[in-house]
Design a protein around this ligand. Structure first.
Ligand code: URA
Length: 274
């Protein structure tokens, strides 16, 4: 069970020493005003997230946090970037912001559903090809596409796993899909995997050019049409992904190196101190 001092330090960015002093001075209390003087107080999982007051200001303490973001066009998925704004910058108000990592990288000019979590093992499960999480993209295309021929491979030899590829009616397009001038057709594509520019390269290989791209679902999660670009909502990714099982070895990813380009591997968060 996490300790009160660790939770406060983790959520509010104080050192343990400072938190100990705050507790002992009676400056940390329950929302009802009862002082929480013991920094080593164990907080049961059922008590989280936990509301406290610090010097009469309300705070909520989280052990973990997950969210679903509608990534807008024109921002990169990286945590830092010298040239562009980042999707991460748009989450500054989120709890545990410094520990959030994205599951799946979307290009600068791709919008749509981007999941974030503070938990490294869950991130691994959501992105590793063995868990075969399907991703659905809607694409605005210039030129019509051919159905993938048998053994269809990309320019680097990667064989994409295309679960579904079909035309998309204009009225079924997500409001987050950019449909620029020059678009001649819309398509919906479901792929398993997350190689670099995979959808753009698939359509290039099938004879058309992606002008607009929006990820509309990831596993069972769908980008709500009411969630504006740049906005996010809190959700419990554990209940969605923790029960997933990997595909048996020797599946389609065995022909590849098994690696996904989908996850930002630098600075994966450790499991929160529990
Ligand atoms: N495939 C792409 O080509 N771009 C993305 O952003 C995601 C998948």
């Amino acid at each position: 069970m996490p300790r009160l001092d660790l939770l406060i330090a983790h959520n509010l960015g104080f050192s343990r020493g400072v938190v100990t002093r705050l507790c002992r001075q009676g400056r940390v209390s329950t929302p009802e005003g009862a002082p929480l003087r013991d920094p080593a107080l164990q907080i049961p999982p059922a008590g989280l997230p936990m509301a406290i007051q610090l010097d009469d200001a309300p705070h909520t303490l989280y052990l973990r946090y997950h969210l679903l973001q509608h990534k807008p066009l024109g921002v990169v998925t990286a945590l830092r970037d010298d040239r562009h704004a980042t999707a991460y910058d748009l989450l500054k108000s989120a709890p545990l912001h410094k520990d959030l990592r994205a599951a799946g990288r979307l290009d600068l000019e791709t919008s749509g559903l981007l999941l974030w979590t503070t938990e490294g093992p869950l991130l691994h499960r959501m992105t590793h090809p063995r868990y075969a999480v399907p991703r659905v993209y809607q694409a605005a295309l210039r030129g019509s596409w051919q159905p993938p021929p048998p053994g269809f491979a990309l320019d680097d030899g990667h064989v994409p796993e295309i679960a579904e590829l079909k035309p998309l009616a204009r009225e079924d397009a997500h409001p987050g899909l950019d449909v620029p001038f020059g678009t001649t057709t819309l398509a919906s594509i479901t792929i398993i995997g997350g190689k670099f520019h995979e959808v753009r390269r698939i359509f290039a290989g099938l004879g058309s050019e992606v002008l607009g791209l929006c990820r509309v679902s990831y596993g069972p999660l769908v980008l709500p049409t009411t969630l504006a670009a740049g906005q996010y909502l809190e959700l419990d990714l554990h209940s969605v992904f923790a029960g997933m099982h990997p595909r048996p070895r020797g599946g389609p990813e065995a022909a590849d190196d098994g690696a996904s380009d989908d996850v930002i591997v630098d600075e994966l968060p450790e499991e929160a101190d529990a």
